[in-house]
Design a protein around this ligand. Structure first.
Ligand SMILES: [Zn+2]
Length: 239
């Protein structure tokens, strides 16, 4: 069985972008490790607020651990940076922390944001950069075999009315996660303080639209370099 590592910025990035993928591989017996750069302490507390702003980091850590339990994530590690400040991290320090985790876990695949950050959030773009640097700084024998970025089809972006800060890399890999939509929904709902963005992105859709939006997850394969052809159906050697 393989290990998959996700290196993301905030609690909820895992469920939004890859909840179905994580559930699918975890249920098949693979080990899934999530590395989260911040505790999301600069996010919203909900309306009406579920906690005070100064408590938000702690609350969102608990929300993430609950979502991880639902999805079947084996290990959650926080890198300890502040929300909205990932770009200000000491590059050698943050890359070093990710490298250390890659050496410990030896994942077959590493998944992070692409340079567009999906929503364009500066933390998403920063963690993409640092995770990519960590990947390439390892010697080949220690490097994960595969590197992926989150990548959403144009149709999904339009559907979700995502503003696009930077051009996106093409979707090379699409996972059908229809079987895991209910698990993904349950994981999303663990992020209770984030109900406003959940409602905006997903839960304002009709049941049919929601099913469609949640049942496919897309990625861009960075390494090995994608040379075209039919899209992959999985991120572990097409499984
Ligand atoms: Zn985020």
């Amino acid at each position: 069985m393989a290990t998959l590592m996700f290196v993301l910025a905030h609690p909820d990035d895992e469920s939004f972008g890859a909840g179905g993928t994580i559930a699918r591989y975890a249920r098949r017996g693979h080990r899934v490790v999530l590395v989260c750069a911040t505790r999301g302490e600069a996010g919203k507390c909900g309306d009406p607020p579920l906690c005070r702003q100064e408590e938000l980091g702690e609350v969102r850590e608990r929300e993430l651990r609950a979502a991880a339990e639902v999805l079947g994530i084996s290990r959650v590690e926080f890198l300890g940076y502040r929300d909205k400040e990932v770009l200000l991290a000491n590059p050698a320090e943050i890359v070093g922390k990710i490298v250390q985790l890659l050496k410990e876990e030896r994942p077959e695949a590493l998944v992070t944001f692409g340079p567009d950050g999906i929503s364009g959030h500066v933390d998403h773009r920063a963690i993409s950069h640092f995770a990519t640097l960590a990947f390439w700084s390892l010697p080949e024998e220690e490097r994960p075999a595969r590197l992926y970025y989150y990548a959403w089809e144009q149709g999904v972006r339009e559907h979700l009315q995502l503003r696009q800060a930077l051009p996106s890399l093409p979707v090379t890999t699409v996972l059908d996660v229809g079987e895991w939509v209910e698990v993904k929904k349950q994981a999303l709902l663990c992020h209770r303080t984030q109900h406003l963005s959940l409602e905006r992105v997903f839960f304002s859709l009709t049941e049919e639209q929601l099913q469609k939006a949640l049942s496919k997850e897309g990625f861009h394969r960075v390494w090995p370099v994608w040379t075209g052809g039919e899209k992959e159906r999985g991120i572990l050697n097409n499984k």
